[in-house]
Design a protein around this ligand. Structure first.
Ligand code: ZN
Length: 175
């Protein structure tokens, strides 16, 4: 049975720490955390969630893009656990897009991210995966990787006017 975990909000010190690498895989203790992270992101209409957001300072996040009330135009993929993730190459082509965060309630911000990235990460079984991610999924990966380094999306908005309320964002998103 999965549990819905409590999500730490901006101001919580754990969100500003660099998370610890996971030394050995597979690790049975991670299985429950991964199931709970997926359930927690799903319940909150998130398209991704990082372990530090539920008070586990580990280099692990879930990417789970799908359309939801928070992200009506998101592509659909199976929730994927990514462990000790890294970016190995960047397209250098930056694109602006609106981001939100389950740890930053009622805010959206326009953030520049690389449109395409080559990444590597480990699966919970300990397999190394190397792949190219593009567009919205690449954006999620970059946002979640920031969580592992103590960075939140408001740190990345280019100008202060690009940080807006959820209600104002919804007017833009559904136009
Ligand atoms: Zn976030």
């Amino acid at each position: 049975m999965s549990k819905i975990l409590q999500i730490s909000a901006i101001g919580s010190p754990i969100l500003r720490q660099r998370a610890m690498a996971i030394p050995q895989l597979p690790d049975a203790r991670l299985d429950e955390l991964i199931v709970d992270l997926i359930a927690t992101a799903d319940a909150a209409n998130g398209v991704g969630i990082a372990a530090p957001q539920v008070a586990s300072s580990l280099r692990l996040f879930i990417v789970a893009s799908r359309p939801s009330p928070r992200y009506p135009h998101a592509p659909t993929m199976l929730p994927t656990a990514m462990i000790n993730p890294e970016i190995i190459a960047r397209s250098g082509e930056l694109v602006a897009g609106w981001e939100g965060c389950l740890s930053v309630p009622d805010r959206r911000g326009m953030v520049l991210r690389d449109r395409a990235i080559e990444v590597k990460y480990f699966t919970p079984q300990g397999e190394l995966v190397q792949q190219e991610l593009t567009d919205f999924v690449a954006r999620i990966f970059q946002h979640e990787l920031d969580h592992l380094d103590g960075i939140l999306f408001p740190d990345r908005v280019t100008t202060k006017a690009d940080l807006i309320s959820e209600a104002e964002y919804m007017k833009i998103a559904f136009n």
